[in-house]
Ligand binder design. Structure first.
Ligand code: AMP
Length: 414
């Protein structure tokens, strides 16, 4: 198979890593990619939001499968021209991707499907926002309705800050605060059949102890030894399958990766958000445990034949990933600094390094090129071992102003 992956992050590097290990994959391409992906795939400097350009590339390569990694090209409708050209695509079309592209649309689908989620109001004026905030009380949860790269949500005790965020966005969803631990559960679907993957947990805040601003994600781990038994079956039955069925019923079938961000509250499991693609950084740890070759699974989702697939096989090992971010992330990341120690981090099989915001400099140098720079990942017999190996990898890498959390998977490993 010839596979083309669209995107630039550590999620796409993880996808490329798994695809490159699948014996069915003969050629791997990525557009636009990054300095790490360049070691596994042929890179193409194509604008990932330009559906015509991506389709032209896929046709020229004779791609048997295109995997769209990030939300932006999905919401921009890059899947449509590919499908129109007869190329199998992993990822939903523009309308189904609204499940992630609009929080208000997601709430409407959940209401139609009877999926448990936080009560909410959609607000467009300051007066509506104030009324909704007072209806729920503190802590306040205010979400930009549109795509915001994981940074559009403000959770705060400060009413003025909540109002200010609402005022800064055109349209917001204000909802009740959900207590309890969070779980990310991914499912691969062809629009009818739904195959859940293993649950993971990510760390959204920038600083240790879940302090600081929300980010795209600073680390993740799987499995979740503390999660209730039967969680995956429950979420499949009450969340994932009803959502996929509802979208099909509406005439906008969803195929690709359905990501449920869940809160396990004292009153039961609730959906915090849906995403329409693999989550970053959870993908790095989930794929590290997947033993079934990836390309066949993604192709079956694209072709509508998931129901014929054997059950997925998983390693019993644990996996941990720690994100190395640049100075100033998330507000104002600094870029262009040389990264040292990339090979050392992978020496003796300790960890593997997935690149996010990197680019090739001269003389084989790798430079920082974004907020989240690297995702250092390791597996081990248990979370404690995977964690120790991931942090051993982190300790070998340096670049100016590098920052990371030191408590990824710490509580779960104890
Ligand atoms: P989202 O982009 O919707 O995943 O929100 C980002 C983060 O904000 C989530 O991972 C939660 O930590 C937090 N959050 C979102 N919605 C709620 C809520 N209703 N109650 C509590 N925390 C929330």
């Amino acid at each position: 198979m010839k596979v083309l992956v669209i995107g630039t992050g550590a999620r796409e590097h993880a996808l490329c890593r798994s695809l490159s290990q699948d014996p069915a994959v003969g050629e791997l391409h990525c557009a636009p990619g990054n300095a790490g992906i360049a070691r596994l795939a042929t890179l193409h400097p194509v604008d990932q939001l330009d559906g015509a350009a991506v389709t032209a590339l896929a046709v020229e390569l004779g791609a048997d499968l295109v995997v769209i990694g990030p939300e932006a090209p999905l919401v921009a409708g890059v899947a449509e021209p590919l499908r129109a050209a007869g190329i199998p695509v992993f990822g939903p079309g523009k309308e189904a991707a609204q499940l992630e592209g609009s929080k208000a649309f997601a709430k409407d689908v959940m209401a139609g499907a009877g999926v448990p989620t936080a009560r909410s109001y959609v607000c467009t004026t300051a007066a509506e926002a104030a009324e909704a905030l007072d209806a729920f009380g503190a802590p306040y949860v205010v979400k930009d309705d549109g795509l915001a790269a994981g940074k559009g949500v403000v959770v705060t005790e400060d009413r003025a800050a909540a109002l200010a965020h609402a005022a800064a966005c055109d349209r917001v969803v204000i909802e009740e605060y959900l207590d309890g631990p969070e779980v990310s559960l991914f499912a691969i679907t062809d629009g009818t059949t739904v195959l859940p993957l293993v649950p993971a947990q990510d760390f959204k805040r920038a600083l240790d102890g879940d302090l600081g601003p929300n980010t795209g994600g600073m680390g993740a781990y799987t499995p979740l030894p503390w999660a209730p038994e039967g969680l995956v079956e429950e979420v499949l039955e009450t969340v994932l399958q009803p959502t996929v069925d509802e979208l099909r019923r509406r005439g906008t079938p969803f195929s690709g990766l359905l990501y449920a961000g869940l809160a396990l509250t004292s009153r039961g499991t609730r959906v915090i958000e849906f995403n329409a693609r693999f989550g970053d950084p959870e993908t790095q740890v989930v794929l590290a445990r997947l033993r079934t070759p990836l390309a066949g699974v993604l192709l079956a989702a694209a072709n509508g034949t998931l129901g014929e697939l054997e059950p997925l096989r998983w390693s019993e090992e644990a996996a941990v990933t720690v994100v190395l971010a640049s100075e100033g992330y998330p507000a104002d990341p600094r870029t262009g600094d040389p990264i040292e120690g990339l090979d050392a981090a992978e020496a003796d099989g300790t960890a593997f390094v997935l690149h996010a915001g990197t680019r090739a400099g001269g003389d084989g140098e790798v430079l920082t090129a974004g907020g989240r720079v690297l995702s250092v990942t390791a597996t081990g017999a248990d979370l404690a071992e995977a964690r120790a190996k991931a942090y051993a990898g982190v300790a070998r890498i340096s670049f100016k102003g590098a920052q990371h959390r030191t408590d990824i998977a710490l509580k779960a490993a104890q």
